[in-house]
Ligand binder design. Structure first.
Ligand code: GLU
Ligand code: ZN
Length: 493
């Protein structure tokens, strides 16, 4: 029987969950789903200065929003520090690590000299071969020490086959005897990470490419501890279109998952987009369901080319990668309405215009209206912005169309009330009847129907564009349309 796959996602809680981290989490989760494996969430919070509870909460919230579910955890690395130190002490006993009594000053001085002479800056191994009497003396004096891993000497190398990047080798001579426990007794992250992965029985480590630099050293720790080495798959970098690594520092909140949640992305649409940053369906399909994705997913298919995320901060048309928007648009317009309804509800609540009747006596109307207006929308926030006029009588008139479609046509001052009267008098407020009424008025007044229609649209929706005007009239409803047209006269003042 094949061993069960166990993967993990171990974020450091020093900020929000960002795009790169989310993509790594998604790939881990997918691999567990695909193989019937286990997915463990671990919070790597040993750097107390940079960790915060707020960040932990934010990361969990973003993962939940994405639908990335875990089977175990969250575990907190800080609870296992004694275990990490014990592992190091075991390595000292077995001769795979040693105590280094050099002081920081001594080490700094040696580095300075080595630099001057253009020699290797690696630790010179002074304490690697101390005689037992020397060690005894240091111990008796209570000399502080760090613990260093004894990297094998000689011509050999440590190598592994990364599932994404292929064979990676590093010569022993290029790895110094690195510190695994500091002189204050605290384990280094590189050790804690391995000890936790061993305890959790991790079989596959899927992580960001920045972990690659640690991997050879970590493999040496596995070997020294005599445990099985997991398989590794490192994920490519995420770059912007100028080939700079995307980061909080240069791109701000645009790299945070939370930003997309707040800006009206549907979670699966966003997962779909993130997956495409590093993986493609065998048939190159760009829109896929969770089931299709799990069915097709394989680690071998992960792309080693760096992914490009088109960060656009101040683009008036797209506030982020147009591809992300187009995928979201697809889902927003094509999913069964019931699936997007909860997100729209949240949006309207956020805007303070939610009416419980939208899911009560007005439910049918609510669903129909969503279906009508979503054909023009890209993100769920559009429902509370351009879509506001459908759900609330308190909406803004966009100044541009106000000028172009209303103020430029003085005649509308008289025509709006006339339109209001005629529409009010209609017995059946239907597509046919409203259209007939408006065309009739246009003919009587000898004015282009387009002028009336554009003026009405702007007055009753506040927008320059939208679905067909007669559909809009029906959706907003006879009473509200009439009221809005009468009120529109005041726009001329
Ligand atoms: N805590 C590390 C990070 O957030 C995880 C590294 C790993 O996956 O091994 O980058
Ligand atoms: Zn030393």
């Amino acid at each position: 029987m094949e061993e069960q796959v166990i993967v993990r996602f171990p974020p450091s809680p020093s900020g929000y969950l960002h795009i790169g981290g989310a993509r790594t989490a998604i790939f881990n989760w997918l691999f567990a789903q695909k193989t019937g494996g286990k997915f463990i969430l671990r919070i790597e919070d040993t750097d107390a200065d940079r960790s915060s509870e707020e960040s932990v909460a934010g990361i969990l919230e973003s993962l939940k929003w994405l639908g990335v579910t875990w089977d175990e955890g969250p575990y907190f690395q800080s609870q296992f520090i004694a275990e990490h130190v014990a592992a190091a002490e075991k390595l000292v006993k077995s001769g795979h690590a040693y105590k280094c009594y050099c002081t920081k000053e001594q080490l700094d001085e040696k580095r300075r000299e080595a630099k001057q002479k253009k020699l290797s800056l690696q630790y010179d191994g002074t304490c690697r071969n101390l005689r037992p009497e020397e060690i005894e003396k240091k111990e008796a004096a209570g000399t502080p020490y760090t613990i260093r891993l004894k990297v094998p000497s000689g011509d050999g190398f440590v190598g592994f086959k990364d599932i994404v990047y292929g064979i990676i080798e590093k010569k022993f001579e290029d790895i110094e005897d690195f510190v695994i426990v500091r002189s204050n007794g605290k384990p280094l992250y590189i050790l804690s990470n391995v000890v936790d992965d061993i305890r959790d029985g991790i079989t596959h480590i899927l992580r960001g490419q920045d972990g690659l630099a640690n991997t050879p050293k970590q493999i040496l720790i596995y070997k020294a501890l005599g445990t099985q080495i997991p398989k590794f798959a490192h994920m490519s970098l995420t770059l912007d279109t100028k080939k700079a690594k995307i980061s909080k520092r240069t791109h701000g909140e645009l790299v945070a998952v939370r930003f997309y949640r707040e800006h009206g992305f549907l979670p699966w649409a966003f997962v779909n987009y993130l997956v495409l940053l590093g993986w493609s369906m065998p048939d190159a399909k760009e829109i896929f369901s969770k089931e299709e994705l799990i069915e097709a997913f394989s680690l071998e298919g992960i792309n080693r080319a760096n992914a490009v995320f088109d960060v656009r901060k101040d683009d008036p048309k797209f506030f982020t990668d147009p591809k992300a928007i187009s995928i979201n648009t697809h889902y927003l317009r094509n999913l069964p309405i019931e699936e997007i309804e909860p997100y729209i509800k949240t949006e309207l609540e956020k805007e303070g215009i939610w009416d419980p009747e939208f899911q009560g006596s007005k439910h049918e109307w609510f669903l129909r209206t969503i279906d009508l207006i979503r054909t023009r929308f890209h993100v769920t926030t559009d429902f509370g912005a351009a879509g506001r006029c459908y759900f609330s009588d308190d909406y803004l008139i966009d100044p541009k169309p106000l000028k172009k479609n209303i103020l430029k046509h003085e005649g509308l001052k008289e025509w709006f009330p006339l339109l209001a009267d005629r529409l009010e008098a209609l017995e059946a407020f239907t597509l046919e009847e409203t259209e007939r009424a408006i065309r009739e008025i246009a003919e009587e007044l000898k004015v282009k129907a387009g002028i009336l229609i554009n003026g009405m649209r702007t007055a009753i929706t506040g927008q320059p564009k939208g679905p067909g005007i007669f559909d809009v009239l029906i959706a907003i409803g006879q009473h509200r349309v009439v009221e809005r047209l009468r009120k529109a006269v005041a726009l001329f003042e």
